[in-house]
Design a protein around this ligand. Structure first.
Ligand code: MTE
Ligand code: MO
Length: 376
């Protein structure tokens, strides 16, 4: 039984499948800036390897085939870097694409295949330089990708440019929220590729290779790609679409609640009236900041701007989600609340799912609608 060493999981995780473990963060923690590690979503394609930190070795394969191996102790001697980053599965909100359009293949995730944590580790570029791979992406024109191999069979790759960038913050992490990485999140070492789809942040990292080609794994070559709304798995040229790396703008409503007397809205309208508090998250890939969150209390007829909550995020770019909040008078509420966010490139989200339907249900990002009453 390959799953016999899988860890116990927190009872509040919303489990989609147990073997392999695929579980969402519970909605109660999605409106906290830092997700507690035991409630961080889990996305495993296979089992969760139980690795011995003493005998653990990371192997780096250089372009000429030479291999350099590092123990955990050796890796921890490099400068330690903290990065606060959101990981989002490519399938986050796939359920909404299915509901808003047609069935999209894969786990029917709600809004919880996303979480945010502080990570500590060493810069990949430092380790590569130490292993003998120095210089810029331009200096190494024939090498285009950094491939990562996990201890089970999972593999993925990222462009060399991201790996070597001073501003890329690609880390080999051994701590999450101030503790050693939990087993489900890649103990003893995982890659953190902030701003990219979480599929590239390979857990239980065993091997790094510098190559001309992307990873040949199905997770690089097939699963995490998007096609047109009319295309299906039987008629696409897989090689024609690029593997997902940076991700588009995302936002979701995590709660809509009537405020109790005493916390109702006073200041804006001059009198106390029944009010509703709406909260949620917004996130953009590529290190792009969220600059605005628009919320509609009436299905998109009228809009108002949510307050973007303050936080402390480490990193050379904005790798973390932004939490937001809004209080609106109840008299403005229609059947549904709606949210959409805008990033610093003025990118925003599509109004509906149909034009963005893709048969794999990747990168669902249409406006998130939540009924005011009867919310599940
Ligand atoms: N790494 C390995 N070795 N095995 C995996 O199954 N899943 C990937 C990525 N890295 C995976 C992996 C996917 S698709 C996602 S969304 C993230 O890990 C999930 O990370 P998490 O479980 O820490 O939230
Ligand atoms: Mo994922």
């Amino acid at each position: 039984d390959p799953f016999e060493d899988d860890p116990l999981r927190h009872s509040t995780l919303k489990v989609h499948t147990e073997r392999p473990c695929n579980a969402e963060s519970p909605v109660e923690v999605l409106d906290k800036f830092i997700t507690p590690s035991e409630q961080f979503y889990v996305r495993n394609h296979l089992w969760a390897p139980k690795l011995d930190p003493e005998s653990y070795r990371l192997t780096i394969e250089l372009p000429d085939g030479e291999e350099v191996a590092y123990s955990l102790e050796e890796l921890k001697k490099f400068p330690q870097v903290d990065v606060t980053a959101t990981l989002q599965c490519s399938g986050n909100r796939r359920k909404h694409m299915t509901e808003g359009s047609r069935y999209a293949n894969g786990l029917q995730w709600g809004i919880g295949a996303i979480s945010n944590a502080s990570f500590r580790g060493v810069r990949l570029r430092d380790i590569l330089a130490h292993a003998g791979f120095d210089g810029t992406a331009e200096d190494n024109a024939e090498i285009k990708h950094v491939q990562f191999q996990g201890a089970e069979a999972y593999g993925a790759s990222i462009p060399l440019e991201k790996a070597l960038s001073q501003y890329g913050d690609v880390l080999l992490v051994h701590e999450m929220n101030g503790q050693p990485l939990p087993q489900d999140h890649g103990f003893p070492l995982r890659v953190l590729v902030p701003g990219h789809v979480a599929a590239r942040s390979v857990k239980w990292l065993k091997r790094i290779s510098l190559a001309e080609e992307e990873s040949q794994s199905q997770w690089q070559q097939r699963d995490y790609k998007c096609f047109g709304p009319n295309q299906s798995g039987s008629d696409v040229d897989w090689a024609a679409a690029p593997a997902i790396q940076e991700t588009p703008v995302q936002s979701a409503i995590t709660s809509v609640k009537d405020l109790p007397k005493g916390e109702r809205l006073l200041q804006v309208y001059g009198l106390e009236e029944d009010s509703i508090e709406v909260k949620g998250y917004a996130f953009a890939g590529g290190g792009r900041r969220i600059v605005r969150v628009d919320v509609s209390p009436d299905d998109g007829r009228s809009w108002t701007q949510a307050e973007l909550l303050e936080d402390e995020a480490a990193g050379r770019k904005r790798w973390a989600w932004t939490q937001w909040k809004l209080v609106v008078p109840r008299r403005l509420a229609g059947a549904n609340f709606v949210v959409k966010a805008v990033d610093e490139g003025y990118n925003t989200q599509p109004g509906g799912h149909e034009p963005y339907y893709n048969f794999r249900g990747n990168l669902t990002g249409a406006w998130h609608r939540v009924p005011y009453k009867n919310r599940d």
